[in-house]
Design a binder for this molecule. Structure first.
Ligand SMILES: N[C@@H](Cc1c[nH]cn1)C(=O)NCC(=O)O
Length: 411
């Protein structure tokens, strides 16, 4: 097999699947770290006296730099200008610094310390919450950028072949990271005497391993480049700043961006608050509360590549996205109706949510290279993620505030 990889990168099936595996493992570690604190909300409340607004604020930190400092868009431009290898290494570095700050805040800061500052009026915040949120905000810059980098890498290696299936596999690895983030942190924290910071440390070590797998990709991608250069196939179209305006002129781009905003704003905040929902609305006991939400990423592990391969063979991406969006409306109607409160209903709704959460991404991400040329792809994905991040930042804040205002149980 190694011989085959050495002979011709561009035509080697094993080479492109190894690239996919290496990059997907890096992504998986990022996804683990993104949700690592979600199942620890109870401990944060118990040990550090965080309330729902603190938790919502921390989660909204995810978008602060990506949205307001436009870091995500810059990330996409860096990707198109300087390439996936450089951008990937930079992204993992930024993620490590961000998560290091969060680890310090949770593991070593005095939870009772507060800071006063001015932001649209005088504000007082827990210093620990603020530092953890800033660390998370920085982490998110690297994490979103590695997301667009991975998409562009998969397109480069799989275009004209089984692209949607490969992108679906990449998403499946990401969901595995989310699943592990829902399942592992609580047992790890408990095993280390209710230590909230140990699962974060565990995630940091995982990410270092993810960095090593990214290095393997770099070696292979360099070889592909030199092979293409020898064949006179080097990519000579370069991204220019004004290309952004040609992306803006594509109507289908805006439809995808809008769906991405609404769809992900509904699904990802659910992951953060799902444990709380199944405890408080569906009456599931504390130690089992992570199980029902963890069904969501498990289902998507199989379904996203499956729908991707259907998309490769049959097309019909727009219909898949419409069906996924309709299912989402049905699921949230179920979550909202007060008398739907049996744990089995929660299981069924989460399974349907899993189908929707597979249908939409498996059609959405491979649709982008169909409307955008490859040298603008990083920026186009970045712009879509930027729009999406408004929802990812705003909705958890809204949920935290709503829970504190109208929640029926004490935090
Ligand atoms: N914006 C990215 C990464 C992400 C995941 N959760 C929050 N942000 C994205 O949406 N990637 C595609 C996916 O389906 O996860």
């Amino acid at each position: 097999m190694v011989e085959k990889i050495q002979r011709k990168m561009s035509e080697s099936r094993s080479a492109r699947w190894i690239v996919l595996l290496m990059v997907s493992l890096t992504m998986m570690c990022g996804y683990f770290l993104t949700d690592v604190l979600a199942p620890l909300k109870g401990l944060l409340i118990e040990l550090f006296h965080w309330d729902n607004t603190d938790f919502g604020l921390f989660n909204s930190g995810y978008g602060w730099f990506n949205i307001f400092l436009l870091m995500l868009i810059f990330g996409g431009m860096v990707l198109d200008k300087l390439g996936a290898r450089f951008t990937g290494v930079l992204s993992v570095g930024v993620m490590l610094v961000g998560i290091g700050i969060k680890y310090y805040a949770i593991g070593f800061m005095d939870p009772s310390r507060t800071v006063d500052f001015w932001f649209f009026g005088a504000q007082t915040l827990k210093a620990q919450v603020l530092a953890a949120s800033l660390g998370y905000a920085l982490f998110a810059v690297g994490y979103e950028t590695i997301g667009i980098t991975a998409n562009k890498i998969v397109v480069r290696w799989f275009k004209g072949r089984e692209l949607a299936f490969a992108l679906g596999m990449n998403v499946a690895f990401a969901r595995m990271g989310t699943f592990l983030a829902l399942a592992l942190p609580l047992p790890i924290a408990k095993a280390f005497g209710n230590s909230v910071s140990t699962p974060i440390l565990f995630g940091m070590i995982l990410l270092l391993l993810g960095f090593l797998t990214f290095l393997v990709y770099i070696v292979m991608d360099r070889r592909l480049d030199s092979e293409r250069a020898q064949e006179g196939l080097a990519d000579d179209e370069r991204f220019r700043f004004r290309d952004i305006f040609s992306i803006f002129r594509i109507r289908a781009f805006w439809y995808i961006a809008l769906l991405c905003l609404l769809f992900y704003a509904a699904v990802h905040p659910f992951v953060k608050f799902a444990v709380d929902l199944v405890v408080q609305k569906f009456g599931v006991a504390g130690e089992y509360s992570g199980l029902i939400p963890s069904l969501l990423p498990v289902g998507t592990l199989v379904l996203t590549p499956l729908f991707g391969s259907i998309y490769d063979r049959r097309g019909k991406g727009a219909s898949m996205m419409i069906w996924g969006a309709l299912m989402l409306v049905f699921v949230y109607a179920g979550f909202a109706i007060p008398w739907v409160d049996h744990w089995a209903a929660a299981v069924v709704l989460v399974i349907i949510l899993g189908v929707a959460f597979s249908l939409v991404p498996s059609a959405m991400w491979p649709s982008v290279p169909k409307i955008i040329p490859e040298h603008e792809l990083g920026t186009a994905y970045a712009l879509i993620f930027w729009v999406q991040n408004w929802g990812l930042a705003g909705v958890p804040l809204l949920i935290g505030w709503a829970l504190d205002k109208w929640g029926t149980l004490p935090p």
